[in-house]
Structures are given as structure tokens and as C-alpha cells.
Design a protein around this ligand. Structure first.
Ligand code: ATP
Length: 434
């Protein structure tokens, strides 16, 4: 290719609102439109950033394209115009950002943008920090309104420049415009068929245990369905089984979904901050309790003696049954995000089970029958023989739980949570939910 070609990475974020649009749709549209005057030279990127960010519309996604073109100005102009005309600007939470990075800048900005990307997945970043970084690096960018989308746009560029992160793929099918906002028509049986033929190379298309379709959203956005899996050919193979309403366009993304990139291993609870996601080991210190709304919660104590609530919320369905089998003294590792001083459990590793006992009233040494309680705090008495005892009998009972790794079902999976079927070389059994 001659030197008159320019390589360019384009990062975009924050164009949608709950009422419509989707930044990934804009990415797919631009990929198709730009291909008439630019060559797309890498898989488009769809990254999920910190899942606890309150400004997010749905899944805190941002996107990046990698193109090669003769007329970079034409690309910049086209992308800017498309974002300006298609973003939901009337919505106060929509604050688009676009970043353009040209080939000669790649090496100079790679490390700082890749660090920024990794931090945006785990931490909370201020808009001013993003603006300062873009200015310091001499990047060309365009922001609208308060420009919060610059955070995601820079992060997606960082992801495109960083070859190191674990990744999976998602095939997204988009609806024809006339259908936006109407009920989606996707044949459920064909999705179960797609899963049957491609699992475990694809995942979270359906939830077999809960007999639910997982990959079809319910909001008013342009996405018809999304198939997730380990590589592009697997997700594309699964999609070939799907019977649905007409599809306007499709796009297969490389993504950090299903990688646990958001999790920070933390040694003690005193280091935990709101709006971050953690891996924390500790001892269960009370029986799990199921509160109104069906949420099951237990406190976990770290080795310093501090405690934090860990919750399996109602949408995690049958996962709560597993959590209810935990007892005080069990040693576990929880994985999940912290909001309102509670860890929202995405998965849990049971390392060591405490012994569980059943208690019985003592046996009368004379007649061999069980004694009765003699009243509160007064031990036991055999009415017939007059014998008494203050010692309760205990016998160890079988636990209904095995040490190992357990996860929420596909219907409750968070975008970034790594599926147990993607775990290798664990020193405990893994129990993937399907
Ligand atoms: P969709 O999934 O439909 O694309 P969304 O859930 O991705 O929507 P956005 O509309 O992109 O939500 O809003 C998220 C906003 O939060 C963006 O402006 C993004 O730049 C910003 N943001 C993302 N990560 C962080 C972070 N770590 N710290 C601060 N702001 C962030």
C-alpha cells in the first residue's frame, strides 16, 4: 500500500438514550458507509467499561473502528456528521465524544491510552482527565455537550491499540429502522438450535435451566439479537441458525465481554470503594438471609475482622439456591461489583466447607429415650426416669454443597463477567451454569 494511505483509529461513545439508538449500531453503520472510501483493517471493537457507572444507558459500551484511507478529512467529516445527526442529543445524559488517531501517532499514544482503557474498565474517571489526556497527546477529538463520551471514545481507541487483553466476540444483528420500538420477531426455537450446535464455543444465547432466551434485548434500541462466543467463526455459525424478522445489517465485534477485566483482587474490605468491582476472599459469618423481593444476602468477614454484605439478587434465580446452602465458617471468594456497600455476586468460589451439625436432645441413660427440654436454659430431663443432662448431642451431617466455582445463570450474566466455561486450570471443580 502506498504511503498516501493514512491509517486511522476512530473511537466513539455516548450517542444513545434509553428511548433509542445504540452506539454499536452507529459503529456498524459507519463501518458499512466508510467502506465505500476507506478500508476496514481490523475487527471493530466493542468494549464494556466500568459496569457501575451511573451515567450509562445500558451496558456502558464504547466502540472503535480501524480504517485505512486516502482522504482522512473525508472520514473525519463523515463520522462527525453522522454522530451529530444520529445521537440522541435531546437527552440530558447523551454527551457524545469522538476521537481520531492517525497512524503516525499510534506508537506515541499506545501505552497511555491502553492504561486509560484498563482504568476505565475498573475505575471512575473524570471528564476533565479525559480532556487533558486528549490534549496532552495532541489527539484530534470532537465532543458534544459536556463531552463525557470522550472517556469511552479514548478507552475504545486504547483497546484498539493494546494487543494484550483477553477477548471474546459478539455478532450483533440490527433491525430495519421501521421496526425500531416494536416487538422483536426472533424464533426462540432457532436460538435453542443455534446454542445446541455451537455451545461451548458460543454462550449465553439461551438459558437452558430457566428456559429463557437471553440474547434478544427488550429495549427500544436497534439491536435484534447478539450472539457471544470465543471467535468470529463460532458466533457467525450460531447466527446462521437464527430465524427472525429482516436484518438491516450485522457486525461482529472483538470485545472484552466475558473476561472479568473489571475485577480488582483486593486483600481486605477496608480497601474496597463504591463503584468498583472486586475479588474478595473471606469467611461467611452468618447464615444467608432471603429478604423481601427474594434477594439472598450473607455477610462475609475478611481476615482483619471487617465484614461486607454479599448479595445474590432475585434476577440470579436458581443461583440463590446455591447461596442458601452456605453456612457460617465456610471459606469463599466472591466476585462482583460494589454498590451501596454490598457486593453483587457474579460468581463465587467455595474453598473450604465448615462442618455442619444436627443437634439432638440427649438420650436418657436409663430408658434410652430422648429427654425433653426442662425449660429455657435449664437443660434436659427424662420425666419417666428423673434423669437430667445439660449437654446437647451433635452429629455431623453431610453438606449439600461441594467446594468449587459457581456462577449466576446466563439470564443474569453481566457483560464483563467471565463465564466459568472460560476458566481453565482451576484447582477446584467448576460448575458452569447453562
Ligand atoms: P449502550 O450500551 O447502549 O451503548 P451505554 O450503557 O454504553 O449505552 P453511554 O450512553 O455510553 O452508556 O454512557 C456511559 C457514559 O459513561 C459515557 O459518557 C462514557 O464515556 C462514560 N464512562 C464510561 N466509563 C467511565 C468511567 N470508568 N468513568 C467515568 N465515566 C465513564
Amino acid at each position: 500500500m502506498s504511503s498516501e494511505y493514512t491509517k486511522m483509529i476512530i473511537g466513539i461513545d455516548d450517542t444513545d438514550s434509553r428511548e433509542g439508538m445504540c452506539t454499536t449500531y452507529l459503529c456498524a453503520l459507519l463501518r458499512d458507509e466508510l467502506s465505500s472510501f476507506a478500508k476496514i483493517i481490523a475487527d471493530p471493537i466493542l468494549v464494556r467499561l466500568n459496569p457501575t457507572i451511573p451515567y450509562k444507558t445500558r451496558g456502558n459500551a464504547s466502540v472503535a473502528l480501524f480504517v485505512q484511507c486516502r482522504e482522512p478529512e473525508k472520514v473525519v467529516e463523515h463520522v462527525t456528521q453522522r454522530v451529530a445527526s444520529m445521537a440522541c442529543m435531546d437527552n440530558e445524559n447523551t454527551n457524545p465524544g469522538i476521537v481520531f488517531i492517525t497512524g503516525e501517532q499510534f506508537e506515541m499514544v499506545r501505552n497511555r491510552l491502553s492504561d486509560f482503557f484498563r482504568r476505565a474498565v475498573k475505575e471512575v474517571i473524570a471528564i476533565d482527565e479525559a480532556k487533558k489526556l486528549a490534549c496532552d497527546l495532541g489527539l484530534r477529538f470532537k465532543i458534544f455537550k459536556n463531552g463525557r463520551g470522550l472517556i469511552g471514545a479514548l478507552s475504545a481507541c486504547g483497546a484498539m491499540l493494546d494487543p494484550e487483553w483477553d477477548h471474546t466476540y459478539e455478532y450483533l444483528a440490527y433491525r430495519e429502522k421501521d421496526a425500531w420500538g416494536t416487538q422483536r420477531i426472533v424464533d426462540g426455537k432457532s436460538l435453542f438450535e443455534a446454542d445446541l450446535h455451537t455451545y461451548p464455543d458460543t454462550w449465553d444465547t439461551v438459558d437452558l435451566r430457566n428456559d429463557m432466551v437471553v440474547c434478544v434485548p427488550h429495549s427500544g434500541d436497534p439491536v435484534l439479537y447478539g450472539i457471544r462466543g470465543k471467535d468470529a467463526s463460532s458466533v457467525e455459525k450460531a447466527a446462521s441458525f437464527v430465524i427472525s424478522e429482516p436484518v438491516e445489517r450485522i457486525c461482529t465485534y472483538r470485545t472484552n465481554q466475558g473476561t472479568d477485566m473489571h475485577l480488582i483482587a483486593v486483600p481486605k474490605i477496608s480497601e474496597i470503594e463504591e463503584m468498583h468491582s472486586y475479588i474478595l476472599e473471606g469467611n461467611v459469618c452468618c447464615e444467608p438471609e432471603t429478604i423481601r423481593g427474594g434477594h439472598t444476602i450473607f455477610p462475609l468477614q475478611d481476615d482483619e475482622g471487617d465484614t461486607i454484605d454479599c448479595a445474590a439478587f432475585e434476577p440470579t434465580k436458581n443461583f440463590r439456591e446455591m447461596i442458601r446452602k452456605i453456612i457460617p465458617g465456610d471459606r469463599v471468594v466472591v466476585y462482583g461489583s460494589v454498590t451501596e456497600k454490598t457486593i453483587n455476586i457474579e460468581k463465587i468460589k467455595v474453598i473450604r466447607l465448615a462442618a455442619k451439625y444436627e443437634t439432638f436432645n440427649p438420650v436418657c441413660p436409663s430408658c434410652g429415650k430422648r429427654m425433653k427440654s426442662a425449660g429455657s436454659g435449664q437443660g434436659y430431663r427424662c420425666k419417666k426416669c428423673g434423669t437430667s443432662s445439660s449437654v446437647t448431642e451433635k452429629s455431623k451431617i453431610e453438606r449439600e454443597l461441594e467446594p468449587g466455582f459457581y456462577e449466576v445463570p446466563p439470564c443474569a450474566r453481566r457483560h464483563l463477567a467471565k463465564q466459568l466455561l472460560r476458566f481453565e486450570k482451576e484447582n477446584v471443580p467448576v460448575f458452569p451454569a447453562r
